[in-house]
Design a protein around this ligand. Sequence first.
Ligand code: SF4
Length: 649
Amino acid sequence: MRRMAVIDLAARAVEACDVPEDLRRRFLGGRGINTHLLFHAVNEWTDPLGPDNVLFLGAGLLTGLPWVGGTRCNFTAKSPETGHLGDSAAGGHFAAELRFAGFDHLVLKGRAGRPVYLWIHDGEIEFRDAAHLEPLNSAETQNAIKAELGDVKVQVAAIGPAGRRLVRWACIMHGVGDAWGRTGMGAVMGSKNLWAIAVRGNGAIPVADPARMMQVTEAHFAQITGTKGFLATSNYGTLIRLNNTRTQGYEGGFNHQQNMTELSAELDSDVFLDRYESGKASCFNCPTHCRHQHEVTLRDGTVKRGGGPEYYGAGGWGSQCGCSDWPTILEAWDYCNEMGLDTGSATAYTAWLMELYEKGIITEADTDGLPLKWGDHDAILGVLRQTVERRGIGALVADGWMSAARRIGRDAHRFFDHVKGLSIECDDVRGHRAQVLGLATASRGADHLRSRFTLEEFSLPEKVTEKLVGVPIPADALSYTNKEHACIWTENVCALADSLGTCKFLTKWLSVGLLGVGEFRDAIEAATGMRFSVEELLRAGDRITNMERLFLAREGMSRKDDAPPEKFYQPWTHGPRAGTRVEPEPFEALLDRYYATRGWDRQGIPTGETLRALGLEKEGAFLADRRDVHFVWNAAPAEGIGTHAAAQG
Ligand code: SF4
């Protein structure tokens, strides 16, 4: 039986209940169930850092099973960074242990009167004082809790100093390298005075058909390890993208001002593997073991060991911030993990500030005397330290880029590359039409993990993509034809993976030979006894995407927010694909087709018919008398971004 605990942090009270089967069937688990519950728990006026925001922790439906790579869980709440849908997934071993401890979902309400951590073990939930953890970083916090509980096998999700100080892009950390990174879930946890969640359990997760489960697991294990790209994924992990983006000319250099840079050849994943990689780690039950471990000697002679990096950090402080010095990249990466800063936002904010400095929009008078020169070690580490310590330019960006842009003025917001308030990744996908569409429509803001049609980069024959997506997708990345179908297929598959707890590196999101919806169906049936057809599962992905769209619509978002960053309309300047840009007319036509195929109106709002077909008419009822409320990116007050402004009339 799957259990949910509703935890009132203010009252130190816990109520446990079963997760209704109907909810599991419609939203599966993880991201799906979290989003549904969040929609009903908050509204458009909820302050993301106020006690009324609710933080949901949800393990995937298949997480913790003997199956291959069911590793993940999601934290979901209203985001203090973007002001709307906040959600972040991570792997590692935490989520499996949560299920062994007897719970699949936690609902974290209210605000504790003083700092606490939760100790969840074998069906019990205890509140423990956490004030003594105040001097510790995120890794030290986890180790201190393990020592306190006398069990090194306890798995911990903890915030660091950034989350405790309510930096709006703070993350939640697990181990030294797993992060619930995006959308500021660490700040939400900090705002609740909840500093960590520790889990340990000896319970078994019931499996409906154990023999079939083992059959399915063996088949999927062979499928994953038998793909041509398995060894490359296993060796390089996400760092493989560092080389791909450099050689193919979409590395997003200098805050996306250059699609190709002339940075040193040091910025290469093989250089990292040869000189800095000290080992590999794996998430729970995953054969791919793609997680890098590193050892690096810093400038002051300190030898540091850590987990990672991922492409986000290597490309982010690399080409995006103009740095090809691995020790600097690794020092910044480790600092973020220790402090609990999201590396995705950290790299984007640093690159943005460097461009503002280059253009004279900010000066050393704004940065506590720190020159923000591209690629400079002291500039990169200085921005991060100032943020955690809330001083200098960090005092501004700790409250989010929009708040900082308002206070800086001089059109500073125009140089921050984002979708729906969330920074884009370091790479620059304006030459991949399905990916641009996915970036623009992604629910939590710019996102490669919910909507990137990765297969677009492999120029696959149309007969291959037709078999997968249902319609032929042109091999030419620059073509706009049928890309709406590629985007919708990706969004639905990603919604499924996030709700099942599956890592996308094990799915057709990455490679056609990996696990797809048919394999998900087989694993679900063996594990839970719930029967789905492939079409029903894809509809569940569709339902989750529509649930998120309703959340955004209630926040006042619509077509105007489904747009790529402004820079994407400018042409690439370097290499054989110079001149490539997003062309407004074909892109808008593509967006029209995407809406029509999804069953949304021309403003990107689900129609009544679509909602009825998905069983979401109750959630969509507000659309009938939708208030004229606009989500404002450029006029948020200094104390927060993404704030609603009620329009006249
Ligand atoms: S592929 Fe890598 S990130 Fe994904 S579950 Fe396996 S080890 Fe973790």
